[in-house]
Design a binder for this molecule. Structure first.
Ligand code: BTN
Length: 329
């Protein structure tokens, strides 16, 4: 089982980032973070393997060339201010799935707003048992533990909420405008840049915890051949690299904003927000796949629960609560 990032490793990153204009002697770093010089050296090598540019001067020490775009707590938390979501951050350089870790932490009593992050996932999970491609330090792989006072049947609105938050965060930081395919795919030019996997532990009448897992393709320079026709990255679309730290911070703040609106005023703001963003909300001809059956219909807006109203070809109208929706061209 992988281990979360050592706090002292995070201190090292923070120390180098704080002193980016000077060369820091190895023994000084070792003393400040409380490890041996050999460990400092090994950790610097590890960071270099992740693409962090650190100059080593044999007689004098280490200096960062560029402040790294890592999602460690010491680099993310200062961007969050008072935001409750992200107060506690658990970071991994590598783990299987941040959603799996978050579900375990939630079962152990982790507080509302705990955020689990990974630079890389070896078993990233998507909907319908699919894998989520999780290239090292290129994407954002984040799971958020929420403890809402909602009945379990109302939990799907949190998936839509995350989609709306993702849309606003991406727009704010990159200027790129994403569409949302019901319930939760973030798209640019019809290709997927982000997906959301929501999991829950609950009793019949009470939610213990909801884990909202979000995967965003940010700085991928290319997508694997088998995904190329259906997936893209922000960088491929915008023609430049983006700060994952800034996108993540904006995402957590938008999650916080819409979560408060949901708790205070119910689902209306989320539903309205989703409908105003998504081209799938109304009048979209779609193919619906459910339990290996397909049907064709036209979208008619959202129910207050977040279910998608569809008029099927045979005249039936139904509110979808699950299933896969694809655009019919
Ligand atoms: C989908 O579109 O099918 C959902 C993809 C969700 C992927 C994210 S990455 C972070 C979190 N951890 C996982 O294993 N999955 C989610």
């Amino acid at each position: 089982m992988s281990q979360p990032t050592d706090r002292r490793m995070d201190r090292l990153i923070h120390l180098l980032a704080e002193n980016a204009t000077v060369v820091m002697p190895g023994p000084k770093i070792a003393a400040e973070i409380g490890v041996t010089r050999a460990t400092v050296w090994a950790w610097i090598e590890r960071l270099r393997s992740l693409g962090v540019e650190i100059q080593g001067y044999p007689a004098t020490g280490y200096q960062l060339r560029v402040v790294p775009d890592l999602l460690t707590p010491s680099l993310v938390r200062p961007e969050l201010g008072e935001c409750e979501i992200g107060k506690k951050i658990v970071h991994y350089f590598l783990t299987g799935s941040t959603n799996t870790v978050a579900m375990e932490l939630a079962a152990d009593g982790a507080p509302h707003g705990t955020v689990v992050l990974a630079e890389e996932q070896s078993a990233g999970r998507g909907r319908f048992g699919r894998a989520w491609y999780s290239e090292k330090s290129s994407g954002i792989y984040v799971s958020i533990i929420l403890r809402p006072t909602l009945p379990p049947a109302a939990a799907p609105i949190l998936t839509l909420l995350a989609g709306v938050a993702g849309h606003h965060a991406i727009r704010k930081i990159t200027g790129l405008v994403t569409d949302i395919r019901w319930p939760n795919d973030l798209l640019i030019s019809g290709k997927k840049v982000g997906g959301i996997l929501t999991e829950m532990s609950a009793e019949l009448d009470r939610i213990h915890a909801v884990v909202v897992g979000l995967g965003l393709n940010v700085n991928h320079r290319s997508m694997p051949r088998d995904l190329r026709s259906i997936a893209t990255s922000l960088s491929l679309e915008g023609g430049r690299r983006y700060s994952r730290v800034h996108i993540l911070a904006a995402l957590l703040k938008e999650m916080q904003r819409f979560y408060l609106l949901l708790q205070e005023r119910g689902s209306a703001e989320v539903v309205r927000g989703w409908e105003s963003i998504s081209s799938f909300a109304r009048g979209k001809r779609i193919r619906v796949l459910r339990n290996s059956e397909e049907a064709f219909g036209l979208t008619q807006g959202l129910e207050p629960s977040g279910a998608l109203r569809v008029r099927f070809e045979d005249g039936r109208e139904e509110a979808l609560i699950s299933g896969e929706v694809l655009e019919l061209k």
